[in-house]
Design a binder for this molecule. Sequence first.
Ligand code: HEC
Ligand code: HEC
Length: 450
Amino acid sequence: MKRSTEEAVRRRRSFFLLASTSGCAALALAWSCSQPTPRSEPPTPPPAPEPSSLSAESLDVLDDEAEISVELEATLDEWFGDLFEPRYVVLPEWREAGFDPNTSPFEGARAFEGIDEADLETIRAGNREHWSSVLNAIDRNANRLPGPWPGRRDLNQTWRDVRLNRNAVGPADFKREARRLFEEDFPTSADTARLYARNCQQCHGMTGAGDGPMSNMMEPRPRDYRHGVFKFSSVSSPARPRRDDLRRTLEHGLPGTQMASWRERLGMGEREALIDRVRWIAIRGEVERWLVASWIADEEPPSEAIEDAYRTIWSRWLTADDYFVALQDDVPPADAASIERGNALFHDATRGNCASCHGDGGRGDGPNAVEVTPDGVRHPLLRDEWGRPAWPRDLRNGVFRGGSRPIDIYRRVHCGVHGTPMPAQGDTLTQDEIWDLVHYVRSIAGLEPE
Ligand code: HEC
Ligand code: HEC
């Protein structure tokens, strides 16, 4: 076997060991690849993370697009690396707890924290599924082996090395090496930058500002990650999404929008890597916005203020699990009585009050959200976090961006749609009342009870 391949495989193995013994557990990050419906006691909500120091005025200035200065850029590069070689500075308390978001079980320093051995097995299985045609060709000893793969410089290079060694090592070793390569496919951070540039940038923009060349033609617009706000998650505000939430978005897309499912097009390792990329862009972007705003407000220069911003913004991601909305009991049946109770709540102006925005018939035309002029033109009355018009969903068309399973809609009503006027009802309605609403909403959407 050629030295470089051997070296790569050896390095992978040792990263592996490192990962399984690393101290990530100290921060109790329990991401899980599967999407079960957890049943556990609801967590006692911890105190809300510090509100950001962004004042309304400074944010207004931000929206007028403040110039990014050389000093700010240099400070950000120091803490985050650059767009093609991303990395994180490790805070002293993280080092003490053995936590380093740069460590990866695989070659290349990529943030991949909190993924455990069981997750890795799931990811390997996902990779096997994605690369099955390649693996089959290898098993068949096909003469024309597939590749290259756009956006994947590291994969292409290693694959080339493995293939060139085909005759030297014999068919059995070749197949084993080739299998391992695809099963344990985790792009490096530099490769993930290319994957993002190839697949996401045209909409979400180079810096994640949601301003890619295709973005102007879209409604809703691609997410501007720099606010750190993600609409569809399983956590109560103000926490950032869990890894699972971003997984769900990448796997299923956001139906009814231009955000497609990436399940067929990308391997699971690639999707996991892109989750890290999105998190990195979001954290970097939010720190950037914070610094610009506080600088405009005439506070400390970025180089002095960054540690506070960095620590606070990271903490919102690290505590996401504490805000997870878990289920305590079984899902009550979607019977006629429950749907009827949901109907009443939907229209009850003192409780659910959904009709005020979604309209009496659930068509997304409620008086609090939409003004209809005498000549029949509809004007949106509400705006979202990004300053765009917020249209309540027409619940009758049966298309739900965050998923249409009962648990998806339960989380929507419980947690709200972050960054939009769609309110979280977890504190005001009981769990059973939320289920009644879920069953009602699914019934008017024409979905079969599950
Ligand atoms: C064709 C345009 C397009 C492409 C390409 C695209 N997206 Fe999106 N994406 C969108 C739109 C539009 C939304 C916002 C939908 C909404 O607001 O409901 C979105 C939203 C998102 C969100 C936010 C979900 C939330 O809960 O707020 C994430 C994360 C995301 N995209 C990741 C990606 C990644 C990663 C890629 C590349 C693999 C990608 N997108 C490629 C259009 C796109
Ligand atoms: C203040 C206005 C407002 C109220 C009140 C409101 N909604 Fe919404 N709702 C919205 C908006 C705006 C959206 C679209 C959010 C987005 O995706 O950008 C929405 C979206 C939704 C969705 C779609 C989620 C998805 O995945 O696509 C559901 C379901 C929903 N609302 C149910 C409800 C229910 C049930 C209630 C009552 C408990 C309610 N809403 C109350 C404004 C409201």
